[in-house]
Write a protein that binds this ligand. Structure first.
Ligand code: TEU
Ligand code: CA
Length: 592
């Protein structure tokens, strides 16, 4: 049952830019706003409607800008407010829109709010953050107020000797959490949102928006990993007691006054019904959320659930996740955000496709077919349109710039050194995991052409450029009809031309098949059939009995990633059977 009013932000293609690595306009090795302005025609040509910029506000960059020290200014490394005004005006001239990253669960410890808050217990901003007195153990030693583990290792509590209290930080100690229970904090957030809306920003991606309300009393988390000092507390801070009340207030006071696009990032929660509360139109909160089920498909589900450990996955698991979210509460207007890459993830072709030379391009196109044929707003991350893969295993730990990678590696290293009493311990398994899954892989400089530093900068890039840029770059792909980028452009066009792909109902035709993902989409009297071979082998797929009620002989091929498709790839309909033989990583779309 379809109950999906057609709205522009549902049909939009959103391109995520990681500004520091997009394009450097002045040779200092750091991507900047003017660099983005210089590449708008490239993005328009691809079929992009909305740009989402990862944070470009003033920041010490302890977590690459997700630690903001001034919400109303641009970090000088990225440019100025005038550069931003110019960027937004050039975006609007081209009929595109701009979304900003709203990071308001926490600020930087260098934000003036926090500096004031820390200055004394009686400062008017003391209560803008979450301060607690120490606990003392039996021996009289000072201890943090509870046992919660921070996201990037260690305790969530940082001691401040000046006032003899701890402050809460769910991420780094340089990212203190704001106290959303204080109405002044909420008002300050509404005000800074209005600041950017007045400057003509068209929407917000809201960082970890489901953790702004923590459980009353901040009790200890249950001990799930006894050998660890600190424990996973996500059930106590994700989707907390007041989160919906606060987002409804945000909607009333800010969002509902404008025609904006909003997407909330909602980690730590796999339950669709829990996340639906943020999205269902009747609740008046956000347009959609980024759920983490697919993004965490290859992460261990028990024990040490570190995102940098690789867990082999089965196609049936991927299909079950996709299908459940595609079908979830459509009758009540639930709307999906479709993404498989962002700045927190390794490259999709290296995780869900096959990045061996022979298969990289074709499996990147297979994943493009998967995305464009799912219902939901489309997100493409910079470089994904080129089919870029992870950097190689030969790179040492020093090439990983992300604090999450560094802290994870060093925590394990120190544990192993302590346990073995030796300095020289084997870390190859940890490096294997990072090569497969680190956030760094999406953060290397964009590969524009085959000149030095991939054309990203004339200076020294802030992070090493992937070794493969001479063969894999935008310039080489733009003029090549067979390239991954040309394929993405066609695929995004196809989606725009057929609302069926945006709004249609979804049926998985063979949930248990571990080789092929085959599904239909149906909208009004139109139908699409999508068949994707997730293996490197040739596979013959027969449509199951139940699927035979559609008139398959009328279906025409509209998109395929194999050099021979779609022209000679009609469906093999005959003698009561519908059969297709697919090459390795071949994907096809038919419509009638
Ligand atoms: O990410 C939320 C988040 O939980 C990530 O830590 C994610 O679990 C992890 O990257 C998986 O490897 C957001 C931002 O997208 C991220 O870049 C920030 O580091 C984080 O919030 C803190 O602001
Ligand atoms: Ca620069």
């Amino acid at each position: 049952m379809v109950n999906q009013p057609e709205i522009w932000w549902k049909e939009a293609v959103i391109y995520q830019i990681y500004p520091i690595s997009f394009f450097d306009s002045n040779g200092d090795g750091i991507g900047d706003l003017n660099g983005i302005t210089g590449k708008l025609d490239y993005l328009k040509d691809l079929g992009v409607d909305v740009l989402w910029l990862s944070p470009i506000y003033k920041s010490p960059l302890a977590d690459m800008g997700y630690d903001i020290s001034d919400y109303r200014n641009i970090d000088p490394r990225y440019g100025t407010l005038e550069d931003w005004d110019n960027l937004v005006s050039e975006i609007h001239t081209r009929g595109m829109k701009l979304m900003m990253d709203l990071v308001v669960n926490h600020t930087s410890d260098e934000h003036e709010w926090f500096i004031e808050s820390k200055s004394s217990k009686t400062n008017p901003k003391r209560d803008w953050y979450i301060w607690r007195p120490p606990k003392y153990d039996a021996a009289g030693n000072r201890q943090p107020p509870n046992n919660w583990k921070a996201q990037f290792q260690g305790s969530v509590w940082e001691y401040d000797a000046g006032t003899n209290e701890y402050y809460l930080h769910l991420y780094l100690s340089k990212q203190p959490d704001l106290n959303w229970d204080n109405p002044e904090v909420r008002q300050a957030v509404w005000d800074l949102m209005k600041f950017w809306i007045d400057r003509k920003c068209d929407g917000f991606r809201m960082d970890v928006i489901n953790i702004i309300s923590k459980v009353e009393g901040l009790p200890d988390a249950p001990v799930t990993i006894p050998e660890d000092e600190y424990q996973d507390a996500s059930p106590l801070f994700a989707n907390g007691p007041h989160v919906h009340e606060y987002l409804q207030e945000m909607n009333r006071k800010v969002l509902s006054q404008h025609d904006l696009i909003t997407v909330g990032e909602t980690p730590f929660t796999y339950s669709a019904s829990e996340l639906a509360k943020y999205v269902l139109p009747k609740n008046k909160e956000l347009n959609m959320v980024f759920h983490f089920e697919l993004a965490d498909l290859d992460t261990p589900r028990t024990g040490q659930r570190c995102p940098f450990i690789f867990r082999p996955w089965k196609l049936s698991e991927l299909k079950e996740i996709v299908t459940r979210w595609q079908r979830f509460k459509r009758d009540e207007g639930f709307w999906n955000a479709v993404f498989i890459e962002n700045h927190d993830r390794a490259r999709s072709v290296s995780r869900f496709g096959n990045d061996a030379d022979e298969w990289q391009a074709i499996s990147a196109k297979l994943l493009a077919i998967l995305e464009v044929t799912l219902s939901g707003t489309q997100y493409v991350f910079q470089g994904q349109e080129l089919g870029l893969k992870n950097f190689p295993r030969s790179w040492g730990i020093e090439e990983y710039k992300d604090v999450a990678s560094q802290n994870w590696y060093h925590e394990v290293l120190e544990n192993r050194q302590r346990e073995s009493g030796k300095d020289d311990v084997d870390m190859s398994d940890i490096l294997d995991g990072l090569q497969k899954k680190a956030r760094d892989h999406g953060r290397v400089p964009m590969q524009w052409d085959s000149t030095d530093h991939a054309g990203f900068t004339t200076g020294t890039p802030w992070m090493r450029v992937n070794d493969d840029y001479k063969g894999w770059n935008a310039a080489a792909q733009v003029g090549d009809e067979k390239s991954v980028r040309a394929f993405w452009k066609r695929a995004l066009r196809l989606r725009k031309d057929h609302k069926l792909l945006i709004y249609g109902d979804f049926v998985d035709l063979a949930p248990k098949n571990e080789e092929v993902f085959a599904y239909t989409r149906s909208y009004e009297d139109r139908h699409a059939l999508v068949i994707l071979n997730f293996t490197a082998r040739e596979v013959t797929f027969s449509l199951p009995e139940e699927a035979r009620k559609l008139e398959w002989s009328k279906f025409k091929p509209v998109l395929g990633n194999h050099p021979k498709s779609p022209s000679d790839s009609n469906l093999g309909v005959g003698r009561g059977k519908v059969e297709v033989t697919l090459h390795g990583y071949e994907g096809r779309v038919y419509m009638c």
